[in-house]
Write a protein that binds this ligand. Structure first.
Ligand code: GDP
Length: 533
């Protein structure tokens, strides 16, 4: 059987823009779900998906997972990014494991804060982006205004592939530029038998009858402007992350979703070459590029998730295959520990279902059962090849809490719990040795609550927090040992060590950071941990 080309992607959006709704619709096209929240199980039944205990309590989605499905002769892996109210480093890191993204914008609101942050991470790798302007079944902003907002705020050129005809109660459908016809909103719920209304002649009486005079006149005006102003789609510009094809529609009403998915299947890149270094990294001469077509298997861990199955209290490590082929039972080499291991039960995912896989190819995500051996960013290879993927860094947290426990007898327990939970990568543990303090860093405040809940739930520890007004952290690289000891002694109250014992600098104010950088030319300050061993 031919191997389907892979498409590994994620959805980025601000909370409430419609990511969950869109995910459900995509899974529906992929035959994985039957209706919202109904997920197909191994036996072929549809069951309501259950969620982690905390999610049930809070009614929000904290876990993120991998959803694999086939559509239009492509094997798609949709990596879900943690969704509501707050987000974590996980969200950022997921973006390092995908080749492209679908960006959802709430059309009544335009570009929102979270989208801007996620876009910054996409830009680090020039990730190609397809845009979906959602909720056109409701009152929405003028399409030109929305496009202008995306172009100016996110600095990416937009190319509309379709155009909304009215919005809210006036919404009649979307005009397809290629087909010169309007996909009618009337039968929106049945996207497999769409109704098109010919719009090749804007003066045709049938069109006037369909739209009504007011909406037709508005539409004509917009079409004139769109044709004069909008650039043509250029696939290379899309692949370079410079241009985004834009669709207007409604995820909730399943309108415009199929067209978006068709486009993704048509243009989204298959796995691309990736940057790595030969370990141990000593200089830029050790940088290499690994092509997906290389015969040797390589993969890296981008996510660790605990207790996906509360009955088993296990962890699942998510590994993204970058090159070569993996076959069940293969011995793979864990570069960080230098150990070879045989993977007897590699898992693939269908929503929340797991299935044992026989073979995996570049772009695929494999789940490994983990008892605590692995860390985010770990690389696997075949044949004991010493290689390490870069670009899966720890991102500098922006929020910090000093963690203590009510029962002093449990201090050791607390450290162990914090260390284990931070191995999963949603939070980072730093130790300030001068004051024997445990500092927890995160990029989103909700993670602190998650850790507190889990410390109690899984470790029986009642932890308390004290918030610390730091702004960030920098990983440090020293030119030599003497510059290291000098810096560490001069700045000892700023010094923390991360989980891997790397020296970090706590940023209390931007001013402190600038001064420290200026005064210490032999010390490099990094916003992520990529090149710091
Ligand atoms: P998420 O936070 O980005 O995952 O957003 P959700 O998918 O949970 O959607 C947030 C809210 O917007 C929910 O109440 C959805 O029903 C609603 N919603 C999502 N898409 C649409 C849409 O296309 N039209 C309308 N009217 N509502 C939508």
């Amino acid at each position: 059987m031919a191997i389907l080309p892979r498409c590994t992607f994620a959805i980025i959006s601000h909370p409430d823009a419609g990511k969950t709704t869109m995910t459900e619709k995509l899974l529906w096209f992929g035959g994985v779900v039957r209706e919202a929240g109904m997920v197909k199980s191994k036996s072929g039944d549809y069951a309501k998906s259950d969620w982690m205990e905390l999610e049930k309590q809070r009614g929000i989605s904290i876990t993120s997972s991998v959803m694999s499905f086939e559509y239009n002769h492509r094997a798609l892996h949709l990596l879900d990014t943690p969704g509501h109210k707050d987000f974590s480093e996980d969200t950022y890191r997921t973006l390092t494991a995908v080749e492209s993204v679908l960006m959802m914008i709430d059309s009544a609101k335009g570009v929102e804060e979270r989208t801007i942050k996620l876009m910054e991470v996409c830009r680090m790798r020039d990730t190609p982006i397809v845009t979906f302007m959602n909720k056109y079944d409701r009152e929405a902003l003028d399409p030109f205004q929305l496009i202008d907002d995306v172009e100016k705020t996110l600095r990416i050129q937009c190319v509309p592939m379709n155009w909304p005809v009215g919005s809210g109660v006036d919404f009649r459908g979307v005009y397809d530029f290629a087909k010169k016809s309007i996909l009618s909103f009337k039968n929106a719920r049945d996207p497999f038998t769409p109704t098109f209304v010919d719009a090749s002649d804007l003066d045709a009486p049938e069109l006037k009858e369909f739209l009504g005079e007011r909406i037709l006149n508005e539409f004509k005006e917009q079409m004139q402007m769109a044709e004069a102003l909008m650039p043509a789609f250029n696939e290379q510009d899309y692949l370079d992350g410079l241009q985004s094809p834009v669709f207007f529609g409604s995820a909730l009403k399943n309108f415009g979703v199929k067209e978006t998915l068709d486009m993704i299947c048509q243009v989204a890149p298959t796995p691309r070459p990736r940057e790595a270094v030969l370990a141990p990294y000593t200089s830029d001469a050790d940088k290499v590029t690994v092509d997906p077509s290389d015969n040797e298997f390589t993969a890296f861990i981008f996510k660790i998730q605990a207790n996906m199955d509360p009955k088993h209290r296990d962890r699942i490590t998510f590994m993204r295959v970058c090159s070569g082929k993996f076959t069940r039972g293969d011995k793979i080499f864990h570069v960080r520990t230098g150990k070879e291991m045989r993977v007897a039960t590699p898992l693939m995912f269908q929503a929340r279902d797991r299935e044992i896989v026989e073979d995996a190819y570049p772009g695929d995500i494999i789940g490994l059962h983990d008892t605590g051996k692995y860390q985010i960013g770990d690389t696997f290879s075949m044949g004991k090849k010493l290689i390490r993927y870069t670009g899966i860094p720890n991102f500098a947290p922006e929020l910090f809490m000093r963690v203590m426990c009510k029962d002093p007898m449990k201090a050791k327990h607390l450290e162990k719990g914090l260390a284990q939970l931070s191995e999963e990568g949603a939070t980072q543990l730093f130790i300030r040795r001068t004051a024997n303090e445990k500092m927890l860093g995160a990029v989103g405040a909700l993670q602190f609550e998650v850790v507190k809940f889990r410390l109690m739930d899984e470790y029986g520890i009642d932890a308390t927090y004290e918030s610390v007004a730091w702004q960030g952290v920098r990983w440090l690289k020293f030119e030599d040992e003497s510059s290291k000891s000098e810096f560490v002694s001069n700045y000892n109250t700023f010094i923390m060590h991360d989980r891997e014992d790397r020296v970090c600098f706590a940023v209390r104010t931007e001013w402190d950071l600038r001064l420290a950088e200026e005064k210490n030319p032999k010390v490099k300050f990094y916003k992520n941990s990529d090149y710091v061993d």
